[in-house]
Ligand binder design. Structure first.
Ligand code: C5P
Length: 222
């Protein structure tokens, strides 16, 4: 099959990364989790004791660090300046701050440029919040994946059971609603469905059903 790009956007906990990874596996494409890049910058800002409200200092930190995304056995591994931070970027501390860091225009510009470069040779499944609208406006397949807040909280709740990120379902629901609000309300590249994206509501769909719908969209375009 000729290579093309797939953009998968949507709110927190909609299942984007699981779905994107499976679609990439089926097509032999490369999966890129852009949320991990914003998390990596947030981790570095916290690690270096930079004030997250000091946008210039945050932008300098982002510009001075090296982020690498490497395919691993259980998904994508994330390295910052050569150190594996794949699990460090998933902590509550990072999750609580990431939407604030992701709202800084200079940080977005840096990461969006990197993301565009990664997708230049096609064959990429990229998930995030602004992929179909800003990063890859020419992506051949665009999906806006969503689900009810309750369902998204339940899925995340189950995912983090037994890990350091475990919390209550109510806390999870609150966190997801708060991140939705910040991501949808920010000035730069807010979370919004691209006009030409296909909306998929996964509230009552299984993972294989969602994956199949996206593969069908891919078949339709060839
Ligand atoms: O996808 P994930 O939930 O890991 O993303 C973490 C945060 O990174 C999101 O809540 C959002 O604030 C930010 N993000 C973004 N643009 C993207 C991907 C993620 O602003 N393309």
């Amino acid at each position: 099959m000729t290579k093309f790009n797939i953009a998968i956007d949507g709110p927190a906990g909609a299942g984007k990364s699981t779905i994107a990874r499976k679609v990439a596996g089926e097509l032999g494409f490369v999966y890129v989790d852009t949320g991990a890049m914003y998390r990596a910058v947030t981790w570095k800002v916290l690690q270096d004791g930079v004030n997250p409200l000091d946008t210039e200092a945050v932008a300098r930190t982002a510009a001075g660090m090296k982020i690498e995304l490497v395919p691993g056995p259980d998904g994508q591994l994330v390295f910052v300046d050569g150190r594996d931070v794949s699990s460090d970027i998933r902590t509550k501390l990072v999750t609580d701050r990431v939407s604030q860091i992701a709202a800084i225009a200079e940080v977005r510009k840096l990461l969006v440029d990197k993301q565009k470069q990664m997708a230049a040779s096609k064959g990429i499944v990229m998930d995030g919040r602004d992929i179909g609208t800003h990063v890859l406006p020419d992506a051949e397949v665009k999906v806006f994946l969503t689900a009810s807040v309750r369902k998204r909280a339940e899925r995340r709740f189950q995912e983090v059971q037994g890990t350091a990120m475990a919390t209550t379902l109510e806390e999870m629901e609150k966190d997801i609603a708060r991140r939705d609000m910040l991501d949808e309300g920010r000035e730069v590249s807010p979370l919004v469905q691209a006009a030409d994206a296909v909306m998929l509501d996964s509230t009552d769909l299984t993972i294989p059903e969602v994956v199949e719908s996206i593969l069908e969209m891919c078949r339709m375009r060839t």
